[in-house]
Ligand binder design. Structure first.
Ligand SMILES: [Zn+2]
Length: 397
């Protein structure tokens, strides 16, 4: 397959790309014919590192409309609904969500799945079936969002791990004993040789901050590079001195971080004085911490809108975290590509010769234009196979 006249992200003149056996085989000028893209931008496939396929696309029916707009009400409303839903309902909503993600250029997706009740195991079974259904179109992996640190919680986590769930998860701040929760999550990860991905400090109470303890534990156990910490909202509400100290420990522990702008701009920080719940993206990046962006909740009690569009998420982060300098706008795009690829441990990710041909071609000539316009995705390729196509027809009347 020959793709002609494409502008590789971050490089100058348009080039042609030859894809062979699912990989990028050549980048340069070729004589042979191929589809001509008129100098449009090509990126490596976007990488969704944090979403919730089990909760998704469940708009305001069944009493799921969140009236207070808080995280706690969202959890309560979801808790009342989730055990009543059928496996087929879970599958139908997740399938629609995965299709949305593919149509926005996502080629890898990690989803958390609630694992705090036995229902979670049935949902996991549904998601593993979807993984097989979508094989060759998008790579799916799943995190057990359970309650490690209690006997019942650990037992459920172990069952999910035995069934083949990929990653150990949890939300320590929502458990009675966050330290026990973190300890147990790390124990399970070591025992089953799996990575860890925790929801951390998703609140605005400066008196509570588990991230520092997590960083100390991860460093002491030598688990650098294997632990991801998402949200980290309360870090924003610390004094600058505390923030610097904790960020340094996070960097030393090699903890990956994920910011979920759309959700944290809605759920957190609506008190007085008004503040926003986004983790300090700039300070974390400046300290050398790997920062990725994710969609998190999409059209559920936690977040009424959203769309699985990581390019939109990057655009949102530029505004919400003031990533306005040229190198920061590039960073916003790295946060939906190379940074999450590092968290998932993807091999052969990128636009170099020899990389897997997971590609997204945008209706934009430059990276800035792509970011500003949240430009249409014209083609999405998974390992060289065309999995999504969009024709843009504009008429000026
Ligand atoms: Zn989440």
């Amino acid at each position: 397959m020959i793709l002609k006249n494409l502008r590789l992200w971050g490089r100058g003149e348009p080039v042609d790309i030859i894809v062979d056996e699912g990989k990028i085989a050549f980048v340069g000028q070729v004589q042979e014919e191929g589809e001509d893209f008129g100098g449009r931008a090509v990126f490596p496939g976007f990488v969704e590192v944090h979403c919730h396929l089990d909760k998704t696309l469940s708009p305001g029916v069944d009493g799921l409309e969140n009236q207070s707009g808080t995280l706690l009400e969202a959890i309560e409303r979801w808790r009342g609904s989730k055990t009543k839903r059928t496996k087929e309902d879970y599958k139908a909503r997740a399938r629609a969500a995965i299709r949305q993600a593919i149509s926005r250029g996502t080629t890898h997706l990690r989803s958390h799945l609630d694992m705090d009740t036995p229902k979670g195991l049935e949902v996991l079974e549904a998601m593993l079936e979807l993984r097989a259904e979508f094989a060759g179109r998008i790579d799916l992996e799943f995190v057990a969002l359970g309650v490690p640190g209690t006997p019942e919680g650990d037992a459920l986590m172990e069952q999910a791990l035995e069934m083949g769930i990929d990653v150990v998860g949890g939300a320590p701040h929502l458990t009675p004993d966050p330290v026990a929760c973190m300890k147990s999550a790390l124990d399970l990860a070591e025992r089953y040789h799996r990575p860890v991905d925790l929801h951390m400090d998703e609140h605005e109470d400066p008196r509570r901050l588990d991230l520092e303890t997590l960083a100390e534990m991860v460093r002491a156990r030598g688990l650098q590079g294997r632990v991801t910490s998402a949200h980290n909202c309360s870090l924003t509400f610390q004094t600058l001195e505390t923030q610097r100290r904790v960020i340094e420990k996070v960097a030393e522990a090699g903890i990956h971080t994920v910011s979920l702008p759309a959700v944290n701009l809605v759920l957190q920080g609506n008190g007085h004085p008004p503040a926003r719940g986004l983790m300090p993206i700039k300070a974390l990046r400046e300290a050398g911490v790997n920062v990725a962006l994710g969609s998190d909740n999409v059209r559920d009690p936690f977040q009424p809108l959203g769309n699985y569009d990581l390019l939109w998420q990057a655009n949102l982060a530029v505004h919400a975290a003031r990533l306005t300098r040229p190198e920061e706008r590039v960073a916003a795009l790295e946060m939906i590509t190379h940074a999450p690829a590092k968290i998932l441990g993807l091999r052969g990710y990128g636009l170099e010769v020899g990389c897997v041909a997971d590609l997204v071609i945008l209706d934009a000539l430059t990276a800035d234009e792509a970011l500003a316009q949240v430009a249409p995705r014209l083609r999405v390729y998974k390992a060289g196979r065309l999995v999504y196509k969009q024709e843009v027809v504009q008429s000026w009347l």
